[in-house]
Design a protein around this ligand. Structure first.
Ligand code: ADP
Ligand code: MG
Length: 701
């Protein structure tokens, strides 16, 4: 078949014409034959049976009935009118009702001619009715491609009001298949089809639109889902490979003085196997001639900082500078003091730059960066200012990628002549399958092991009515020398109320834990940064027993002596946030606890979140549940949800297919990078088509 056939504008399909074409384009994005072919049904209705009006049951099933319209009338109602038809068969009468699109219906409906109607029935005052039924003349119904299952296509109100009903779309689809006489070009290679026992393309397309039974439909869906995910992975993996060959990076050939001395003499603990593996992966990247672009995922407390330091030391060993960027001032300071401590025996110069760095200090840092006497710079967004110019930045590490947009990343990127190697660290585990799709073009390292001796944090769910018991428990822990966090939710939409809750809570806690025996700190977003830091420091030094806070402590702070995390109104937090908060405790050797406080009123989702937290400490497991509850768009944020705009596959449900598709794509590019083997020609052609006609491929940037 002529490859251009599918690129024919939709108005050239018999039965479309300029008006319908306009609507199809605007409402469904169907511009070409190809687009129509790829308009897959949302669901299927089983139309194997015909029901009699006299035997209708009060169910909500969608059913079909054969009968005739005997009468049509317009009924005035409070708002607008409704159009009511009397529909009869040999067993009884019912009503068909329309609330819109009256003109088109009146002009087109035939009286006393047999129709097949289809839809849900309502029952009211002894009469069955069917609102907005799908209708087809019995004669046409009998002639159509006989599909037992009825596909239901995406639609809009405008379309159905203009007479482009599901039946019409179905008819257009039949027309398209009639015109595409020789079927549709294969897009996968023969070995794939054989190995995976996939339907050929034509068979898959036919059965997705006109399935005869569930089994055929299932095979058609599998094949098309595989294909969709396969080509996305192929694109992403290829992008990654091209990046590696095209984007030159500094090659850090040696591991020298800094790294070796630190590793042999100053490492404060034995690295976990996961840390060792990840450092090896990073070393490999840094030593190759390509620019590193790596995402490091590791749960809270998994020990990403030491990996960051060792990576930066490799940069230093090769005569380059490194920087570490964190989302908040508190975190930056913590990294800074931590690294200064770790490096105290090494001859490295480390500085910190944040919004509150004094002008004179700032100037000094700028100078030392440019003349190269400064080795490592740590800081916040302040690192991205134009004035900050490195002599030779070799490695940029970004902690908590969620807070930085891609634009900011590329800004760092363009700081010097060659792009520095980039390592993005995140403590928010992203389900592997989602990462494969969203970050498929990055290399991913995972620290999937916690340092030894860590005890799981005991997590419990308590209702507000048990508060006194909880307070008693806190007193016990404090008497053992431990410290406690009590966290309140704070969201923009209900900020004023939330502040009131926080302050009320604080007051009741101060009453319950009075001076001089107890010291209580409070930290929230309305405080001046300096006051916040002051309170944080008091808590970190152990001068206060309880830290009452909003989510400001969500990121970063490290107070190993704090062993209890109380989360108030826990039902209002998302899973990943709960997990992050819980990660603030369990950093020392002591048994730690997380207490989730809620009222009795809980939604089903909230219940699932709480149960998940109580059940597991595993961030990846939690992220999988989160993905199921919220869907991929919410998890990744709107800017990335386009990537997940899949036509037929479902990123949550089709993870198995995704894994297979990714492994096939990887293998293929390994064996035949340019896709020039004859058997891979269909893949090469499809790939080229997809790249050319961006309308199908718009979700890949
Ligand atoms: P995160 O991945 O959350 O940034 P950190 O790097 O802050 O984790 O490490 C958490 C704590 O665990 C720190 O106190 C750190 O010193 C300690 N730590 C990291 N790696 C190990 C290890 N291999 N053995 C023992 N303790 C470790
Ligand atoms: Mg960290």
């Amino acid at each position: 078949m002529n490859a251009n056939f599918l690129q024919t504008p939709i108005e050239y399909l018999k039965g479309v014409g300029p008006n319908r074409a306009d609507l199809l384009k605007k409402e469904l994005g169907v511009h070409t034959f190809q687009d129509l072919l790829n308009l897959f049904p949302n669901r299927y209705l089983d139309r194997t049976q015909y029901y009699k009006i006299g035997q209708l049951q009060k169910t909500n099933a969608e059913i079909q009935i054969i009968g005739k319209i005997t009468h049509l009338k317009t009924v005035q109602q409070k708002r607008g009118k409704r159009l009511v038809a009397t529909f009869t068969d040999e067993t009884g009468k019912m009503e068909l009702v329309w609330f819109r699109g009256h003109k088109w219906i009146k002009e087109n409906l035939k009286i006393n001619v047999p129709y097949v109607i289809f839809g849900k029935t309502n029952w009211y005052n002894g009469v069955f009715s069917m609102p907005h039924p799908e209708m087809e003349l019995l004669e046409a119904h009998e002639k159509g491609i006989r599909s037992v299952m009825q596909p239901v296509y995406p639609s809009t109100e405008k379309l159905s009001n203009s007479g482009i009903t599901n039946r019409v779309v179905n008819g257009l689809m039949q027309q398209l298949f009639l015109e595409a006489k020789n079927g549709f070009a294969e897009s996968l290679s023969k070995p794939f089809l054989d190995q995976l026992k996939l339907f050929p393309k034509s068979e898959a397309l036919f059965n997705i639109h006109f399935p005869k039974n569930q089994a055929l439909l299932a095979r058609a869906q599998y094949r098309l889902k595989f294909e969709e995910l396969f080509f996305i992975q192929l694109q992403l993996i290829r992008k990654n490979l091209i990046h590696k060959t095209k984007i030159k990076g500094y090659s850090f050939q040696k591991v020298g003085e800094y790294f070796n001395t630190f590793y042999k003499e100053h490492l404060p603990f034995q690295l976990t196997n996961a840390q060792k593996r990840v450092i090896k992966e990073i070393r490999n990247d840094l030593g190759s001639k390509a620019q590193m672009n790596r995402l490091l995922q590791g749960d809270v407390g998994s020990g990403k900082t030491i990996v960051a330091l060792l990576s930066m030391l490799i940069a230093l060993d090769n005569g380059f500078q490194a920087c570490l960027m964190a989302p908040t001032e508190i975190l930056s300071v913590q990294h800074y003091t931590g690294l200064i401590d770790l490096c105290k025996e090494l001859n490295t110069s480390i500085e910190i730059l944040t919004g509150s760095t004094k002008t004179s200090k700032r100037k000094e840092i700028h100078e030392n960066l440019e003349n190269g006497t400064l080795d490592i710079l740590i800081g916040t967004h302040a690192l991205l200012e134009d004035k900050v110019k490195f002599k030779n930045l070799g490695l940029a590490i970004i902690d908590e990628q969620h807070r930085f947009g891609v634009a900011q990343r590329s800004k760092l990127w363009h700081k010097n002549e060659y792009p520095p190697h980039i390592l993005v660290m995140t403590a928010t585990p992203i389900p592997r399958t989602l990462a494969m799709s969203v970050y498929g073009d990055l290399d991913i390292s995972v620290i999937d092991e916690l340092p030894p001796g860590r005890k799981d944090i005991k997590t419990v769910h308590r209702f507000d009515t048990n508060r006194l018991k909880v307070f008693r428990f806190l007193k016990d822990e404090i008497s053992k020398g431990r410290q406690v966090y009590i966290v309140y939710p704070l969201i923009q939409e209900s900020e004023a109320l939330d502040y009131k809750d926080l302050m009320d809570g604080y007051e009741s806690i101060v009453r319950e834990f009075p001076l001089p025996k107890y010291q209580v700190s409070i930290v929230h977003g309305k405080m001046k940064p300096a006051d916040k830091d002051f309170e944080m420091n008091r808590f970190a030094k152990g001068e206060t027993h309880i830290m009452v806070a909003t989510t400001v402590i969500e990121v970063g702070v490290d107070v190993p002596n704090a062993s209890v995390m109380v989360i108030e109104s826990a039902e209002r937090f998302g899973l990943s946030q709960l997990h992050q908060l819980r990660g603030r405790v369990g950093r020392g050797a002591e048994q730690s606890y997380c207490i989730l406080m809620t009222s009795y009123k809980l939604s089903a989702d909230a219940r699932t979140r709480l149960e998940t937290m109580v059940r597991t400490n595993d961030g990846f497991e939690i992220s999988e549940v989160d993905l199921k509850l919220r869907g991929p768009g919410d998890i990744m944020g709107t800017q990335q949800s386009g990537v997940l705009n899949l036509r037929i596959a479902d990123i949550v449900k089709d993870t198995e297919i995704l894994k297979i598709a990714r492994s096939y794509a990887t293998q293929l590019l390994k064996n035949d990078p340019s896709l020039s083997n004859a058997e891979n020609l269909p893949i090469k052609n499809t790939f080229a088509q997809l790249a050319k006609y961006k309308n199908i491929w718009n979700y890949i940037s």
